[in-house]
Write a protein that binds this ligand. Sequence first.
Ligand SMILES: Nc1ncnc2c1ncn2[C@@H]1O[C@H](COP(=O)(O)OP(=O)(O)OP(=O)(O)O)[C@@H](O)[C@H]1O
Ligand SMILES: [Mg+2]
Length: 323
Amino acid sequence: MPDKYRTVFQTGADNFLANNASQFIGKSIEFVGQKKSGSKFPIDISISECKIEGQKIYTAILVDITERKHLQQQLLQSEKMAAVGQLVAGVTHEVNNPLAVVMGYSEMLLMEEDLNDDMRKYLQVIYDEAQKSKDVIQDLLSFARMHEPDKQLVNVNDIIKKTLTLKEYDFKKHDVEVKYTPAPDISTILADPNQIQQVLLNLLINAEYSMVSRNGKRGSRLLIDTKSNVRRSDGRDAGTSFVEIYVSDNGKGIDEEFVNKIFDPFFTTKPEGEGTGLGLSVSYGIIEDHKGEIRAFNNDEGGATFRISLPITQNIEVESASA
Ligand SMILES: Nc1ncnc2c1ncn2[C@@H]1O[C@H](COP(=O)(O)OP(=O)(O)OP(=O)(O)O)[C@@H](O)[C@H]1O
Ligand SMILES: [Mg+2]
């Protein structure tokens, strides 16, 4: 039991025994448990009572409900996303058209030859700022999933390698050591390579940001692993195998109070102007479109790990085996 709950729990237990508190019997109570490593996890406690030779005996059953909680959370998240998605789709559509007009006319004016320097400068600002808004709109549109994914058979290891190349310069600049361990003979999956790259890129940028904030110029270390043919132990998706991608950093980790918020649209802890908080919510939508899962964990030794699971469908296995 975590230290801060220990006295509360002890008082509760004492009361329980002293008052014969039958209101707890047969009910389940949610509580927080603590692992040997110190990390916390949700538990469900249910207490039953019986009498043996005149003596009352209480039995408490404790169940680790991490997975149940996660499923509830996922359902809530999907509902939230659907609602926000609709709103966003409507608004972006309304904003996109006038924005295209602003960009079009400012671009046309910029092509005029007899502009004085000031005018040219101001017009360039208008154009650049409109371009920035357009980028946000682009993100919003992919968040609302208005782009049909272009799915093909892909090798996740190759996509990761390509994405790492894109970040190579930044990682070198910030002295981030990268260790990439691709699974040998990884199964191909049906996915949109550009979308998967978008998800990975955001994970890499987030990890880099968190590591640089914590470690400064030295000691940042990023681990990337893939696993092939992973079976799930939680009974869901029985019979499906997954390809898994792990992105693990040694940055600040995710504040305990934010763990359930980071996939929300517009949730960001970055200072104003540095992040829109759309990266992870867009990623969530993309992975959901691929019938996969994206989850975040804090590492016991500090930093955060993101895990992406993507299903390997049976058909594809047959197809590529016969190809
Ligand atoms: N690797 C990480 N370590 C610690 N916190 C993280 C990590 N990745 C994400 N977060 C938290 O999740 C928040 C949301 O991430 P998300 O990618 O959605 O948005 P953002 O990075 O803040 O902005 P954007 O991606 O739009 O530029 C971050 O602001 C940060 O608080
Ligand atoms: Mg981000």
